[in-house]
Design a protein around this ligand. Structure first.
Ligand SMILES: Nc1nc2nc(S)n(CCO)c2c(=O)[nH]1
Length: 158
């Protein structure tokens, strides 16, 4: 079994329901269990800023699925929850990113591990700290990257 960190994001419709439905569907994946769920955060859009705020969280899962099998399953869940890719980095019902898969480093056509933009994204770094504040990615403590992003863009969602 492998330790994997996922990022979930949504900024259309019933955002809480999309997060809960995605978590339920991930928990039902074969040979996979959810180990820990971060707090939920309301976050300012990153990348394409002319859109609604997101709700974001991160999950730590334990899985026997390979990176590409997990990617396919995450894309299936996005389809089930009606994710439509209209504008790159634009609004979406649900987005599931694989951030870290054990110590695997890969730069494939469909999958880069660790996720190449972890260090730029407060909406990923803040919830990751809920899961493991000693996380090291690409030989850097994630906690160090937090100092380089604007954490004011990330507010706990009550
Ligand atoms: N705050 C925020 N901004 C984002 N920009 C993109 S693209 N996404 C989708 C994740 O890649 C998000 C997101 O989940 N949250």
């Amino acid at each position: 079994m492998n330790n994997v960190y996922l990022s979930l994001g949504t900024n259309i419709g019933d955002r809480e329901k999309y997060l809960n439905d995605a978590i339920d569907l991930i928990s039902e994946l074969e040979n996979t269990k959810i180990v820990k769920i971060s707090k939920v955060y309301e976050t300012k859009p990153w990348g394409y800023t002319n859109q609604e705020n997101f709700l974001n969280l991160c999950l730590k899962i334990n899985t026997g699925l390979s990176p590409h099998e997990l990617l396919n399953k995450c894309q299936e869940i996005e389809k089930i929850l009606k994710r439509e890719r209209i504008i790159r980095w634009g609004p979406r019902t649900i987005d599931i990113d694989i951030l870290i898969y054990d110590d695997i480093i890969c730069n494939g056509e469909n999958l880069t591990l660790p996720h190449p933009r972890i260090q730029e994204r407060a909406f990923v770094l803040v919830p990751l700290m809920d899961l493991n504040e000693n996380l090291v990615v690409k030989n850097k403590r994630v906690k160090e990257w937090l100092k380089l992003v604007d954490v004011e863009e990330v507010k706990e969602y009550i």
